[in-house]
Ligand binder design. Structure first.
Ligand code: NOJ
Length: 744
């Protein structure tokens, strides 16, 4: 006790800033705490419990958590928020022998009080600054509510829209995914851990969870190590390089070894090769889940596998707290592994400043200030507008005039409020959080001379068409119809995998009925994943993919519908024509029998009943204006390692409105020692162009952009022929060849 008092006082005196010079000081302080700890107290630090609500897995209610806190048997809790509640629990920790503060973690996936667009929607903005700002606001709001740690960003690459968790990530591409991973980590963690508005981020789920077979959640993953390294690991590496404080392992097994017990992933790659200094938390119960996996016979063996593999904290399975001490005593678990895990966890507690002041995130005033904070709402609206993707706009049906006499606003989501928040969002019990429905947003835009008519038409999952007659009647009275259809907020998310991702119920029949009136029809699709809507794609006049946009959804939708914001979103994932095409992704390999075009199906790699290409390709998204690419040039046709080529292209806005274009650069390695993708995104840039304006954009090619993992898993580049592509999506591109010659 005496020692710990001395130590805590000295921590207070020296202050706690994780600058480089002081990191050593933190290491010394961690060691001095570690020396005071019993084995049970150390294992306690590696133990995390849920706060009994907001659960995403079975809750273990046995035992008295509060008693365990007081006995130093708990290092962290999840799903505990709010200044008052976190203070209460922290006070309990302060009555423990060593007064080691608790860490409070929470899934702040796309906002806390202010709900931002779902992460997949944000990714559609390709706007890294906006994405970072969104995470910054989420971090600030959460930190003000006593939270120290978010279980985000999810950086899993997802090529399968049947997987419900596709909504949580940045889509299918490793390059885009890496840039977004970095932006989100920087956003959550702010200037530095230790600031009271910064929370720890967590790169999850390590690794390859997004490739769950058949898109079924929690399922196995079987993939080559080359695919793992080329496609699935880069966003994790980017998060690590951005300084992410923690990693979470995952539910899936990877090639037969559960990720939670996977030493290759956690010890060899993450803590070894990448030298990651933070700590790894398990996913919910995933240590214990190695038993049903058939990888461990009981919790004791599961604890042994997980801790040996480098999993530092056990979320909710209680395998560590129950079995680790015995495993150490039996000599099966080295005490150095325990010390290493505890050191990592304590280091973060020091960096957060919790040893200085365990209550520094418990400030009622700060919490209130972040409640419905207008600046946060403004940032949310900006993010929401930028997330919307214009998929179709025949005859420039959009934008609508604010003076349109009569608009019929039809569909099950028109007056939706909570649906706009999407999965992984919070329902505030006091109902005081404002959410703008599409109806309110549109109404707020219209002048007094305009009429807005409403009909629901059907419910999201209805099989009845009873409401169609009224909807048709309302449509007939209007100059233009806006239909809003899509998914309910709980249809895409964790454990929400679906084999059928067509728009649910009779919603597309509603579109057909309204199109049948002959009125111009704009369709808004609000959903958490790529859905399938072929009738709508073929027959609606205009389509906006509006995802789940969050608190200011209605305002953002109205801004885009009426042209106050010219849509700029680009799909971060390919949209399939039908489920049978899945997985469909743009950066696939070339086969030995590639199809030349959609009608080329004779003994080539093709479906006889479906084109190979998706309904909408990766990177796709229209604008109310038009961008033309011309004059693609290279500074030289070839270069040597150490050198570069500068590519330039002119982009011209040939329409009559200002617009924002995301210029995408792709490369293909024509011949390799292993087969290479037909195209890989290697860079992008956003340009805002006035009507008639041209801009010359450039892109530097160097060998770093040509690297890939060969069959020996070496990250190499190979001399030879390449092609450079540039365009506004992954399909519609201009191209030019270049080569890399050997030698310096
Ligand atoms: C399970 C999810 O897989 C993970 O992403 C989440 O952070 C935890 N539950 C905690 O809620």
């Amino acid at each position: 006790m005496k020692n710990s008092h001395w130590f805590l006082t000295s921590a207070l005196v020296f202050g706690m800033h994780a600058s480089h010079a002081q990191r050593k000081t933190i290491a010394q302080k961690v060691d001095s705490v570690l020396r005071l700890m019993t084995l049970d107290e150390k294992i306690g630090q590696m133990n995390q419990y849920n706060g009994d609500w907001e659960a995403t897995g079975p809750i273990t209610r046995d035992g008295d958590k509060q008693d365990q806190i007081r006995r130093g048997r708990l290092g962290s809790m999840l799903n505990v928020t709010g200044v008052e509640h976190t203070r209460q629990l922290q006070e309990m920790a302060m009555s423990s022998r060593l007064k080691i503060p608790l860490l409070f973690g929470q899934d702040i996936i796309h906002g806390y009080r202010t709900t931002f667009p779902i992460p997949l929607a944000e990714a559609a903005s390709w706007d890294l600054e906006a994405i970072q700002n969104a995470a910054r606001v989420a971090g600030r709001e959460a930190a003000a509510a006593g939270v120290h740690w978010t279980f985000a960003p999810m950086v899993d690459i997802a090529r399968d829209p049947r997987w419900g968790r596709v909504m949580e990530g940045a889509g299918e591409d490793p390059y885009l995914g890496s840039t977004i991973a970095r932006a989100r980590v920087l956003g959550f963690q702010g200037k530095k851990l230790g600031d009271t508005d910064a929370i720890m981020a967590c790169a999850k789920h390590f690794a390859a969870y997004g490739a769950a077979i058949g898109g079924r959640d929690y399922n196995s993953v079987d993939m080559s190590l080359r695919t793992l390294w080329d496609i699935y690991l880069p966003p994790f590496k980017a998060a690590e390089e951005a300084g992410v404080a923690t990693f979470m392992n995952s539910f899936n097994d990877l090639n037969g070894i559960p990720a939670t017990g996977n030493a290759y992933l956690q010890r060899d790659v993450l803590k070894g090769k990448w030298k990651f200094k933070g700590f790894v938390v398990s996913d919910w119960g995933s240590v214990g889940e190695m038993i049903p996996h058939g990888y461990a016979k009981d919790h004791k063996e599961a604890a042994l596998e997980a801790v040996s593999a480098g999993c530092d904290m056990d979320m909710e399975s209680r395998s560590y707290i129950v079995s680790l001490a015995a495993l150490v005593r039996e000599g099966k678990v080295k005490v150095e592994w325990i010390d290493d895990a505890v050191r990592r966890i304590l280091t973060k507690k020091f960096e957060l400043g919790l040893f200085d002041d365990p209550f520094r995130f418990c400030n009622v005033q700060r919490e209130r200030q972040q409640w419905n904070n207008p600046e946060n709402l403004r940032i949310e609206e900006d993010m929401a507008k930028k997330s919307i993707v214009l998929l179709k706009n025949d005859h420039q049906l959009l934008p609508l005039s604010k003076d349109t006499k009569t608009i019929a606003f039809i569909g099950p989501l028109v007056k939706s409020v909570r649906e706009n928040l999407g999965f992984w969002s919070y329902d505030w019990a006091d109902d005081s959080a404002r959410v703008i429905s599409p109806w309110d947003g549109v109404q707020g835009k219209l002048g007094s001379g305009s009429r807005l008519l409403y009909a629901r038409g059907c419910g999201i999952t209805d099989t009845s068409t009873a409401g169609f007659a009224e909807a048709i009647d309302v449509a007939r009275q209007a100059d233009v119809v806006v239909l809003e259809i899509g998914e309910a907020r709980d249809m895409t998310g964790e454990a929400k995998s679906r084999s059928n991702i067509h728009l649910p119920g009779v919603q597309e029949e509603l579109v057909r009925a309204i199109v049948g009136t002959g009125k111009p029809v704009v369709v808004l699709i609000s959903a958490g994943r790529p859905t399938i809507f072929n009738y709508t794609a073929d027959h609606a006049g205009a389509i906006l993919y509006t995802w789940w946009l969050g608190t200011e959804a209605g305002k953002a939708i109205a801004d885009v519908l009426f042209g106050d914001y010219n849509p700029s979103g680009k799909l971060p994932i390919s949209f399939p024509r039908t489920e049978g095409q899945i997985p469909v992704y743009y950066n696939h390999f070339s086969t030995g029998r590639p199809a030349r075009n959609d009608s080329d199906v004779n003994y080539v790699s093709a479906y006889t009943d479906l084109p190979n290409d998706p309904r909408y390709p990766f990177g796709y998204g229209l604008s109310y204006t038009r961008f033309v690419y011309s004059d693609l040039r290279l500074s030289a046709p070839s270069f040597k390692p150490g050198g570069t080529i500068t590519a330039t292209v002119t982009v011209t806005n040939t329409g009559s409105l200002e617009g924002r274009e995301t210029v995408q650069w792709y490369i293909r390695d024509m011949v390799g020692s292993v087969v290479r993708p037909v195209k890989e995104l290697k860079g992008f840039e956003q340009a805002v162009l006035k009507a008639g304006e041209s801009k010359k954009l450039s892109f530097t090619i160097d060998v770093e952009k040509l690297r890939f993992y060969n069959d020996k898993l070496q990250h190499i580049y190979e001399p030879g022929e390449f092609r450079l592509f540039v365009g506004g999506d992954s399909q519609n591109v201009n191209e030019i060849p270049f080569s890399l010659t050997a030698g310096r």
